[in-house]
Design a protein around this ligand. Structure first.
Ligand SMILES: [Zn+2]
Length: 287
């Protein structure tokens, strides 16, 4: 391919954006219909034991591909679910190691010392981009189990995917200032607070899973917009399939993401949609 000929995918991506930006004009709609959908890196998916029967691995992968996901970062209770999906589609699935063996451990796991041995065994056997998503708040983040988890992520040079308040994020960075943390749901915090945390911790990234306040009726909230423009490299999107039923929402979520993102400059759109996820997590599984 010569320099003068743009990559066909690059062209189609631009067409998609132009088509959507053209709004309700017939020409814009026709273009959008023909173009490939914007790729999405969904950084917050779970495939836990109660989903396996109703949605077997092959069907789950088909659903992800139909949604137009470029990649899916998946964790599960137990990790078996993630491994089944990864075996089915290693080009699509980015495994993350959840410290839960079954549903219901999210408020007890930090007091269970056996969790550490389980994580060590899995980390020795399989490759992961992150440990998480796990739930930890406030001073509980200084408990011995969490300290060991932070240490394991450091040893294996992978991310922590932490569903936490700002305090617990801060405590984990105190334990390891070089830790890389993906802050689940951006801590359900307000955009100015999220921006302040990003300014303070250069190794903090945020997922936008299960939030809808950054865009209403397809329009980006001005306070969120400021943070996205100031930190375009620090956000990823995610559906959060915390119950099996939410798997059927993945396609709709991807389309909704494609819609609200168009309110941002093209470069920022692509970064948040998939480039950040690729650079941060997919790169860890290569080589
Ligand atoms: Zn989650």
């Amino acid at each position: 391919m010569t320099r003068q000929t743009p990559h066909p995918l690059a062209l189609r991506r631009r067409d998609w954006l132009l088509g959507t930006a053209a709004g309700l004009t017939g020409f814009g709609q026709a273009q959008a219909a023909d173009a490939a959908p914007l790729p999405i890196f969904d950084a917050h998916l779970h495939y836990s034991h109660d989903a396996w029967e109703t949605l077997p691995p092959k069907d789950a992968i088909a659903l992800l591909r139909k949604a137009g996901l470029k990649r899916a970062m998946v964790s599960s209770s137990s990790d078996e679910g993630t491994q089944m999906l990864f075996a089915e589609a290693p080009d699509l699935i980015i495994p993350s190691l959840r410290p839960y063996r079954q549903r219901g451990e999210l408020s007890t796991w930090m007091h269970d010392a056996t969790v550490v041995g389980m994580l060590e065994q899995r980390l020795a056997k399989y490759r992961y981009a992150a440990i998480g998503e796990y739930h930890i708040y406030g001073k509980d983040a200084d408990l011995p189990v969490i300290r060991k988890v932070v240490g394991l992520a450091k040893k294996h040079r992978i991310f922590l995917h932490s569903h936490s308040d700002a305090d617990a994020i801060e405590r984990q960075f105190q334990q390891d200032p070089s830790a890389r943390i993906l802050w689940a749901h951006s801590g359900f915090d307000a955009p100015d607070k999220v921006g302040a945390m990003l300014a303070r911790f250069p190794n903090l990234w945020c997922d936008l899973a299960f939030r809808s306040d950054h865009a209403t009726m397809g329009r980006i909230d001005p306070n969120w917009r400021k943070v996205f423009i100031a930190y375009p490299d620090r956000f990823v999107v995610g559906t959060d399939t915390f119950t099996p039923e939410r798997w059927y929402y993945i396609g709709e979520h991807a389309n909704w993401t494609r819609t609200w993102l168009t309110g941002l400059p093209t470069e920022v759109v692509e970064r948040i949609a998939y480039r950040n996820g690729e650079a941060l997590f997919a790169s860890l599984l290569k080589a």
